[in-house]
Design a protein around this ligand. Structure first.
Ligand code: E4P
Length: 216
């Protein structure tokens, strides 16, 4: 399963990248604002800095909500670096814009996806990636993993090429379950990725090996 860090924090991006298993980064306006990135120049410089750290797909989100605005903003974001993927919200104007980007060779990540119907529309528009927000689905008492499995099933039956990028991941278990349900990629907070490392039997087993190594 592909791995992305879901952050705009450069230190965390570097730490995740140093693991050697990172395939890219996703950001959103909330994550950018959290890092204090403000204004056109700072935003563009920040995306460039991320592209210089990680050799993989970097999702940069538009904030326009009309077709012309999304297309203009997306073209500028895509021009920052060949690895930039334009993140577009799942709205009517967004679908039109994704189709335009598809026809013009610009890769997209359709974001804010919460249903199988939305997933079908994004695939038909040719989105490169689809971001179902599984944690936010769980937050309202629905089943985010079930949504990933449903979309994976539909995409497989229909032969859609759009990759499922499980987003809004909150725990290591989410990563495991999303991978099992058919997600192509998971975008995760660094702590969820590091959480995959943990097992008490690994810790106690290593402690014993190191103790016995002194007797070797
Ligand atoms: C993807 O990049 C999404 O914007 C992100 O995973 C949303 O996560 P959240 O629900 O934890 O804000």
């Amino acid at each position: 399963v592909g791995s992305r860090t879901d952050t705009a924090n450069l230190a965390q991006i570097k730490e995740a990248n140093d693991l050697g298993i990172l395939d890219g980064v996703t950001t959103n306006p909330s994550l950018m604002a959290k890092e204090g990135i403000k204004g056109h120049d700072a935003i563009f410089a920040h995306y460039k800095a991320i592209c210089e750290i990680v050799d993989g797909d970097i999702s940069a989100e538009v904030v326009s909500v009309d077709f012309n605005g999304i297309v203009e903003e997306g073209k500028k974001l895509a021009a920052i670096h060949p690895n930039i993927v334009v993140k577009v919200p799942m709205i009517k104007e967004g679908i039109k814009a994704i189709k335009w980007f598809t026809d013009n060779g610009i890769r997209t990540n359709c974001t804010l996806v919460f249903s199988a119907g939305q997933a079908i529309l994004a695939a038909k528009a040719g989105a490169t990636y689809l971001s179902p927000f599984l944690g936010r689905v769980d937050d309202i008492g629905w089943d985010g993993i079930e949504l990933i499995a449903q979309i994976a099933n539909i995409y497989s039956i229909q032969g859609y090429k759009t990759e499922i990028l499980a987003a809004s991941i909150r725990s290591p278990l989410h990563i495991i379950k999303a991978a099992e349900a058919g997600a192509d990629v998971c975008t995760c907070p660094l702590e969820s990725i590091l959480g995959l490392l943990k097992h008490p039997l690994t810790d106690s087993g290593l402690a014993k090996f190191l103790e016995d190594a002194k007797k070797m």
